[in-house]
Design a protein around this ligand. Structure first.
Ligand SMILES: C[S@@+](CC[C@H](N)C(=O)[O-])C[C@H]1O[C@@H](n2cnc3c(N)ncnc32)[C@H](O)[C@@H]1O
Length: 132
């Protein structure tokens, strides 16, 4: 079994079947200014990150945040660790910020002080008590 197939086997089937909405992404990316930060929180196998990457001009950096360890706690029938991939998607001009958001966001903000956020996709289900 390929690494990608193994990773997908860990993902609940409801999510694998869930539609991604490239038109919505396209619309959102299309109205964004060019300068500023383009970020996705919740990369997993990189399905939506790849779509965003294809929609964005290649000279614009894209940032994907994820621990890649899956959900940090159980949520609504999904067990802790659901969506864990062990994979790191590799895309041109796209940087993965690996770790829990609450551990990585502060340093990212410090390194990117011109914080104009233009496009952000957040795929988090859990009402986490964590502080970002
Ligand atoms: C539903 S998946 C993302 C699906 C993905 N956008 C796609 O298109 O298939 C949610 C992701 O959020 C990540 N995640 C959830 N809470 C996190 C946290 N506090 N810090 C880092 N990653 C987190 C999980 O590791 C998981 O990969």
């Amino acid at each position: 079994m390929s690494a990608s197939a193994k990773a997908e086997a860990l993902i609940p089937s409801e999510i694998l079947r869930a539609p991604v909405v490239p038109d919505l992404f396209g619309l959102s990316v299309g109205v964004c200014e060019r300068s500023g930060l383009h970020m996705e929180f919740g990369v997993a196998t990189g399905r939506s990150l790849k779509i965003i990457r294809e929609l964005l001009p290649i000279d614009i950096p894209l940032y994907g945040f994820d621990s890649f360890d899956g959900l940090p706690e159980s949520w609504n029938g999904f067990k802790k660790g659901s969506f864990s991939t062990g994979l790191r998607v590799s895309l041109a001009n796209t940087k993965l910020i690996v770790g829990l958001y609450e551990n990585t966001l502060r340093e990212f903000v410090d390194l990117n002080p011109v914080l104009l956020v233009l496009f952000i996709l957040i795929v988090i289900f859990i009402r986490q008590r964590r502080q970002f």
